[in-house]
Ligand binder design. Structure first.
Ligand code: ATP
Length: 236
């Protein structure tokens, strides 16, 4: 179960140790996200936030613990099998194909039940025959989010959605994400450097430092405790 009242976990990470080859980055990380919930991973550079997302989608090496999606373990599954279990991952670099058009991206990923992306982001409708490589940063992020949602995920992992974008675009993307999570039951685990932005849109958060979860709480609790968290756990 997740935090009180949040319901059964859609994504459940328990006692996770993971890293790259012989390098262990995460130790004993336990994080859960319920349907309709947005949960934020916070912490300094190198804390292990991105590694947590990569472990979920089968791209970091898990040495202990478990990761369950809808109650079923994802361990030892390949990234494409994990994606088929309805886990979508938007990496920090967005991983679009610069030479494919907006329409081509959406057609490649669309699944029955997936969202109508052009309805969600009418900005993309006007650009549907443009190649992703010539879109603005904001349009690229809309496409990255839209492509993930078109596949009808149960769990969405988002890494640094706000990176390099104007505040107005960032608010637009996070608002869209919040509405979709609330209306569709999507569970969102996001990594975000801007703490106050993350806590504005997430219901709960976990603070990682040195590969471990140092503290957790509701967004309100973490916002209130942030000065103390910075001193106690983040060495600031
Ligand atoms: P940032 O915001 O800087 O990305 P983060 O909390 O997301 O911070 P991670 O990217 O998960 O941190 O990195 C955690 C640690 O793992 C860092 O020490 C980093 O150098 C190391 N690391 C990341 N990727 C690799 C890799 N492919 N091979 C080896 N070590 C890696």
């Amino acid at each position: 179960m997740t935090a009180a009242g949040a319901g059964p976990a859609a994504l459940e990470i328990t006692g996770l140790s993971a890293g790259y080859g012989p390098i262990r980055v995460l130790q004993d990380v336990t994080v859960s996200v319920a349907a309709k919930e947005i949960v934020s991973l916070l912490g300094p550079n190198g804390a292990g936030k991105t590694t947590t997302l990569l472990a979920c989608s089968g791209m970091a090496k898990v040495s202990a613990g478990d990761i369950r999606l809808g109650g079923r373990s994802l361990l030892r599954l390949s990234p494409h099998v994990i994606a088929r279990r309805r886990l979508a991952h938007i990496p920090g670099d967005r991983s679009l194909f610069p030479s494919l058009t907006v329409d081509e991206h959406l057609r490649l990923c669309a699944r029955p039940g997936g969202l109508d992306v052009l309805e969600l982001f009418p900005e993309l409708k006007k650009r549907r025959n443009r190649r992703a490589g010539v879109l603005s940063g904001g349009e690229q992020q809309m496409l990255a989010l839209g492509r993930a949602l078109a596949a009808d995920p149960q769990v969405l992992l988002v890494d640094e959605m706000s990176m390099g974008l104007a505040p107005v675009v960032v608010e637009r993307l996070f608002s869209a994400l919040r509405e979709i999570a609330a209306s569709s039951g999507l569970a969102v685990l996001m990594v975000e450097q801007h703490v106050h932005l993350a806590l504005k849109y997430a219901q709960r958060g976990y603070v990682l430092a040195g590969g471990r979860v140092r503290t957790q709480g509701t967004a309100e609790e973490l916002e209130e405790r942030w000065p103390e968290i910075e001193t106690s756990y983040l060495g600031r």
